[in-house]
Design a protein around this ligand. Structure first.
Ligand code: KIV
Ligand code: ZN
Length: 391
């Protein structure tokens, strides 16, 4: 891995699947895991093996199936969890155990009724125990976003001392501002003894709509892995959206950070996850929403028809969308109507266009969107239909 390469850790099948009411069966998970492997993700978090026999089986089957990516299983800092995860990962070509513990004041006090020294000890023990099963151990400091940086650095040091290869710094509650999260990563890079032995990972939740921005700030400040889900699905407001961080890094080459993702598969995978989980993707969702490459106002359509780059910063083909859409509504202009009419076989003169356009506006005021069928009807019922049809 070069120093400019950002590892993509996909957790659609673990954190993503924690969406209320969306249970995937093993077969559905296998199909998604195979497509994620094909997409080029570096790590697939396949599940939380101790949580249920079904999750154990999914992690085991995914481990057998996946050819390229590391397969990861989540645990708490509990011996039994770690043993069960190791067992579920037996067949993985590249297994990783992801273990950890809450580190913020509120987690220490309310979740564990404990103290900082005990958390340091349990972090060390969990990583050390996981290391007795696999070489690749990732440690998470749950609620790191609200953990004071000095204590967080001490926890990270313990995890490194026990052999952690990756240190996950979750903003579990999605609270941090991008500047704060970036500063946290920078602080850890500069203050954790032995940090060169591990990579830092961003795991950001979207409670304030900042998950993507925070992850990007994290990698700008030295993290080398992003944990994310397809369509940004996950608990509450979700996780960082994989398609967003990947395309941000691709569209901003001066950041000099890249990923191994084949972006042409993004749209197809987004559709698959949405259908399998029964979770509808909002139309204005960046990159993969139905309207991400649709243009409906006259001014934008005119620009787009002259040159796509006037209103699009991404070529839709780069993410697997066949083409941009020029949507005909009552806000559309003549250029858009002429363009769409040409696509269905009518080459209109300027005069013909003026006449057909007047018909079109009356029609479009009654209908939200004018489709190809409607265009035929508008032209056939216009006063110049004979001229157009016989041309
Ligand atoms: O958000 C979080 O803190 C997590 C950890 C379990 C990694 O998902
Ligand atoms: Zn999470």
């Amino acid at each position: 891995m070069s120093n400019t390469n950002i590892q993509i850790f996909d957790t659609t099948l673990r954190d993503g699947e924690q969406v209320p009411g969306c249970k995937l069966d093993t077969q559905q998970k296998l199909i998604i895991a195979d497509r994620l492997d094909n997409l080029g993700v570096d790590v697939i978090e396949a599940g939380f093996p101790i949580s249920s026999p079904g999750d154990f089986k999914s992690v085991e089957e995914i481990s057998k199936l996946v050819k390229n990516a590391t397969v990861c299983g989540l645990t708490r800092a509990v011996e039994k969890d770690i043993e069960v995860a190791a067992q579920a990962l037996t067949f993985a070509k590249k297994p990783r155990i992801h273990t950890g513990i809450g580190t913020s004041e509120s987690h220490i006090k309310y979740k564990f009724n404990s103290n900082k020294d005990d958390i340091l000890f349990r972090a060390f023990q969990a990583v050390k125990y996981a290391k007795s099963f696999v070489e690749d151990v990732e440690f998470y400091a749950e609620d790191a976003g609200r953990t004071d940086n000095e204590f967080l650095a001490r926890v990270c040091e313990q995890a490194i001392k026990a052999g952690a290869t990756v240190l996950n710094i979750p903003d579990t509650t999605g609270y941090c501002l991008p500047s704060e999260y970036g500063a946290k990563i920078k602080y850890l890079k500069e203050n954790v003894k032995g940090i060169e032995k591990a990579i830092l990972s961003c795991h950001c939740h979207n409670d304030l709509g900042l998950a993507t921005a925070n992850s990007i700030e994290g990698v700008i400040n030295g993290a080398r892995q992003i944990e994310c889900t397809i369509n940004g699905i996950g608990e509450r407001a979700g996780n960082t959206a994989l398609e967003e961080v990947v395309m941000i890094l691709k569209q901003h080459p001066y950041l000099n950070l890249d990923t191994n993702i084949n972006t042409k598969h993004l749209y197809g995978l987004s559709q698959l996850v949405s259908e399998s989980m029964g979770i509808y993707t909002q139309p204005n969702k960046a990159i993969v929403g139905a309207n991400a490459f649709a243009h409906s106002s006259g001014i934008h359509q005119d620009g787009m028809i002259k040159n796509r780059e006037t209103y699009e910063i991404i070529n839709p083909k780069d993410v697997g969308v066949t083409e941009s859409a020029i949507v005909l509504t009552a806000r559309s202009g003549r250029a858009a109507l002429a363009y769409r009419a040409k696509n269905v076989g009518y080459e209109l003169t300027k005069l013909q266009l003026d006449i057909v356009y007047a018909n079109f506006l009356t029609y479009a005021d009654r209908k939200k969107e004018v489709n190809d069928e409607d265009i035929h009807q508008i032209i056939e019922t216009s006063s110049v239909s004979q001229q157009i049809l016989s041309a």
